[in-house]
Design a binder for this molecule. Structure first.
Ligand code: FAD
Length: 324
């Protein structure tokens, strides 16, 4: 456990991490240390979740600002639009752009538990509409840029403005819990790309072929943006049960049984990390463009997965020393 070392080297496989906004000052302090560790493997971005309905807006922004101010890593803001009016969604996007955020994960989000399933969801019914809104707000703010047009005579120039914003969206290899069938999930992903999304991140999944098959169907349908596999090292039976409930995606029986029968927490951690590392290796072997790791605000398990995969050059043993 932890025999690998992680220094300041960059991985050749793009890595990214997901965090959630902490609820207490103590958790915020711990998260600062987690972020400091995660940036050592030079991730392409770190994303921060957003409570649907806006409950976490300021706490999400605080974490995003910390990443912006203290690291060289790009912070990515999850945003949801469920329950918002058009004006509110507009204001939300402006606020994040004002804070210096240039990278978003546009989500619809879920209505609060127990809400009337037929109640209106707000002015933006799908994540695709939020993708469009983010680009529009960003373009309105960006000053016109001078662009040279190759091959035009003399000083002919046009003024152009192009959105430099990265807008990611969610993808569901095993189907969104509310979707009719798996082909609908591919259609929806394509609609998000047409709306301007340039990256997809998947819901977690437990079987490499579920991801690889989904990517194949998405490509056949015309989805060209990278589809990052979302992987979470799941290191306790209780957490696995909770994730199954949240996502509706059933883990393989051998994995849940192995976690159940292992009495010791360290043993469970090892099982979860080994499982995630094998899944990650399999999707990378199948052509995945990188790995998006769900962290639960802890660096140990995800960095152990990265270590096991041998993704980061072993330049120093800084992390090992520190972890003794
Ligand atoms: P959409 O893809 O827009 O889909 C919402 C629903 O509408 C689905 O049932 C879909 O089948 C249906 N639908 C979409 N488009 C159409 C269409 N054109 N025609 C018919 N039906 C359609 N939630 C949070 O609250 N905060 C977070 O930070 C957060 N982060 C997440 C990160 C990732 C990587 C993932 C995978 C999910 C995350 N979620 C988060 C959960 C997400 O908000 C829920 O899964 C939500 O139910 C759907 O959001 P979406 O963006 O996928 O919506």
């Amino acid at each position: 456990h932890g025999s690998g070392t992680t220094g300041t080297g960059a991985s050749t496989t793009p890595l990214s991490f997901e965090l959630y906004p902490p609820r207490t000052d103590a958790a915020a302090m711990a998260l600062g240390r987690t972020i400091d560790r995660l940036v050592q493997v030079d991730p392409a971005f770190i994303s921060v979740t957003f409570g649907a309905g806006g409950s976490s807006r300021d706490r999400s922004l605080t974490v995003l600002r910390y990443i912006l101010d203290h690291t060289d890593v790009e912070p990515m803001a999850h945003l949801t639009c469920v329950g918002s009016s058009h004006a509110e969604a507009n204001e939300l996007v402006r606020r994040f752009l004002d804070a210096g955020i240039r990278s978003f994960l546009a989500l619809r989000g879920d209505p609060p538990a127990g809400a009337d399933p037929d109640a209106p969801l707000g002015d933006l019914a799908t994540a695709a509409e939020l993708v469009q809104l983010i680009h529009r707000v960003q373009q309105e703010r960006e000053p016109f840029r001078q662009v040279d047009v190759p091959g035009t005579p003399g000083a002919a120039r046009i003024r152009a403005r192009a959105s430099s914003t990265r807008v990611a969206v969610a993808a569901f290899p095993n189907g969104h819990p509310r979707s009719r069938d798996l082909s609908q999930d591919v259609d929806i992903l394509l609609a998000k790309q047409v709306a301007g999304a340039n990256l997809a991140i998947t819901q977690l999944f437990w079987v490499a072929d579920d991801y690889l098959g989904f990517v194949e169907r998405a490509r056949a349908a015309g989805v060209t943006m990278p589809i990052l596999p979302g992987i979470m090292p799941t290191t306790s039976p209780a957490r696995l049960a909770r994730l199954t409930e949240l996502t509706g995606v059933e883990p393989p029986a051998e994995f849940s049984i192995a976690l159940e029968i292992e009495p010791d927490a360290t043993g469970q951690t090892d099982i979860g990390i080994a499982f995630a590392a094998r899944l990650a290796a399999d999707v990378l072997a199948g052509g995945a463009p990188g790995l998006h790791l769900y962290t639960y605000n802890r660096h140990e398990a995800v960095l152990d997965v990265v270590d096991r995969l041998g993704l980061v050059p072993k330049t120093t043993n800084e992390r090992n020393v520190d972890r003794r």
